[in-house]
Design a binder for this molecule. Structure first.
Ligand code: PEP
Ligand code: MG
Length: 591
């Protein structure tokens, strides 16, 4: 039995027979054709390109209809690369001027930009657009493989229930087009040797609800097709050759997850109130418009954070006002007129899709650079387009706007001035909009937390973004495992800043929420309620778990927990203390 650790990208547990998928690229040898065969070769190329375009278009439509335009857009990049006439011309040119075979021309024509992108990825590093260059290179290789498969008459590797049994797919890496063909009916789960959490394959796994672990490192030589394997999409674990006891343990874990899901389902319509009847508003964090339905299904009261960066996913141009409007409109329609929807303006840059709109960052330190609101305040057209859409859509629901990464009072005032300018423009054009749109700011930079008393006079609400607040307070990159020991929500410095923000909000009588990952961890629920929070916004799948903890809390006890935690010196002491408290209140939450 062997345990292999990777990155969990889609939750759930699967135990089943392995299906090894050979997804390695085909090596195309140098080959030329006779001059009189050139015209036929060009025709062969055109036919296969047309087929590939058709497939990308179908995938885009299928995934847009089933999930969301942002998911469908994963295929838009492939479609537009394939439809680009200069791409066709370039490859045809290789055939007509060098007499290359169609296969060799495709391979050569694609490998060259792939090499440039791979070099750029290595040069920029993951946070400065390198991740994006790597994803673009992967998309091109996927295109190459699809076109070559048609030219060579190969069947693309399909996964089906050969013996009526679902399989666990194991591969070195999976291309977007491989994963697009998966269905939870045929694929229990998948695990790959390479790949990262922001890859398109990872995003599709989440959308398809197929448990998945990526970036496991080499394991394919240690397993054969048909062997039973376990994929633990909760812990990011692949278990090869599990013994009977481990299989039994995982069977039990799987049924516990299923029965927990049932129990959580029964919580859906119960109110989010503490045991002593204090309401704690529980909202969902979403990235795709389609996730709003998931929030309601899981029992959230609305959406506390709509991360709009996903409107940029795989787009080569800025989203239009209509695209913004349509996405927001569909969330408003799902939530209805009275459930809150907090739309956060674009938080692009650093690790978030930084190459769109010519924004490919070459900064040495992008997390401290031109990201988020700083970028929007430089690209006013882009910002105003989004604000127009938000102001218009707000007429139909309880919509609020929120600015990310505010680090000075001036920055916030500039945003508000701009919002007023957009209102004037809409007014002059006679376009209806919500005149008294509530305005909030994220508190996710220590300077904003320290100035919370001043900022509180400027806005209608705060939302504490602990993901960034922790990284900036402790100077520890949230994605860097080398400093993961420093990145801790329980650090006393973080707790003091949260307390400061809540007190400032309470003094001004404005709402305050926590929307970082911390609010979705049951360990911190009593601490946050004890610190005075009456609103939490969490990833949709965490809503029932947090609601369950809230319903077991008493506010006075939570306040004692917070007071005691605030007197501690280290994150470790706080964590141990909170763990003991949670074990006392709701032991199953600790398990
Ligand atoms: C945060 O920083 O806590 C937050 C919610 O924003 P994001 O994770 O999108 O940066
Ligand atoms: Mg943030």
């Amino acid at each position: 039995m062997e345990y292999k650790y990777g990155t969990a990208v889609s939750p759930g547990i699967a135990i089943g027979p392995a299906l090894m998928l050979d997804t390695e690229g085909v090596h195309i040898p140098y080959r030329t054709v006779l001059p009189e065969q050139v015209a036929d070769e060009v025709e062969r190329l055109r036919r296969s390109l047309r087929e590939a375009v058709e497939e990308a278009r179908e995938n885009r439509q299928r995934f847009t209809a089933r999930f969301d335009p942002a998911i469908g857009n994963i295929f838009a990049a492939q479609q537009s690369a394939l439809e680009d006439p200069s791409f066709w011309v370039k490859i045809e040119h290789l055939i007509t001027t060098h007499n290359y075979s169609a296969e060799y021309a495709v391979s050569r024509g694609i490998r060259e930009p792939v090499k440039k992108l791979t070099d750029a990825a290595a040069r920029f590093g993951e946070h400065a657009g390198g991740g994006l260059a790597r994803r673009q290179a992967a998309e091109l290789i996927d295109i190459e493989r699809q076109v070559l498969a048609t030219l060579l008459g190969h069947q693309s590797p399909t996964v089906g229930p050969v013996s009526g049994e679902r399989v666990v797919v194991l591969a070195h890496d999976l291309m977007t087009s491989d994963t697009a063909d998966f269905s939870p009916r045929t694929v229990w789960a998948f695990a790959t040797e390479s790949g990262g959490p922001t890859s398109h394959t990872a995003i599709l796994a989440g959308a398809l609800e197929i448990p998945a672990v990526v970036g496991v490192g080499p394991f394919l030589t240690d397993v054969s097709g048909g062997d039973v394997v376990i994929v633990d999409g909760e812990q990011g674990l692949l278990i090869l050759d599990p013994d009977d006891a481990t299989i039994a343990r995982y069977e039990a874990k799987r049924s516990a997850l299923l029965s927990r899901a049932d129990r959580y389902h029964s919580l859906r319509d119960k109110p989010s109130v503490t045991d002593d009847e204090v309401p704690i508003r529980l909202l969902g964090n979403i990235e795709l418009a389609s996730e709003a339905a998931l929030c309601l299904e899981r029992g959230a009261d609305g959406v506390g954070l709509y991360r709009t960066e996903f409107l940029y996913l795989n787009k080569t141009t800025d989203p239009t006002e209509a695209e913004h409007y349509d996405a927001y409109r569909s969330v408003v329609t799902t939530l209805g007129p009275s459930r809150p929807l907090v739309i956060r303006t674009l938080d692009l840059g650093a690790d978030k899709f930084s190459s769109v709109s010519g924004l490919l960052s070459t900064e040495k330190n992008p997390f401290l650079g031109l990201r988020s609101i700083r970028l929007c305040l430089r690209k006013l057209d882009l910002f105003k387009t989004q604000l127009r859409a938000i102001l218009r859509v707000a007429l139909g629901g309880d919509v609020r706007v929120m600015f990310p990464m505010i680090s000075t009072v001036d920055e916030l005032r500039q945003c508000k001035t701009l919002l007023n300018e957009v209102k004037e423009d809409l007014d002059e054009a006679g376009i209806p909009f919500k005149t008294d749109l509530p305005v909030g700011t994220m508190i996710e930079v220590p300077s904003a937390a320290l100035l919370a008393d001043v900022l509180a006079k400027e806005v209608d609400f705060f939302s504490i973004g602990t993901n960034d607040l922790i990284q900036y307070t402790l100077a520890a990159d949230r994605n860097n495992e080398n400093v993961a020991h420093l990145y801790n929500p329980a650090d006393p410095a973080v707790l003091r800043l949260i307390r400061m923000v809540v007190e400032a909000a309470n003094r001004e009588g404005i709402d305050v929420n926590v929307c970082g990952e911390m609010s979705g961890e049951p360990l911190y629920t009593s601490l946050l309620v004890g610190l005075g929070l009456r609103q939490l916004s969490v990833t949709p799948r965490k809503v029932p778990e947090i609601k369950r903890v809230i319903r077991h809390l008493r506010v006075q006890e939570a306040e004692q927990v917070a007071n005691q935690a605030l007197r501690m010196d280290t994150a470790r002491q706080v964590t141990n203390f909170l763990r003991d408290q949670l074990r006392r209140i709701l032991p199953e939450a600790i398990d």
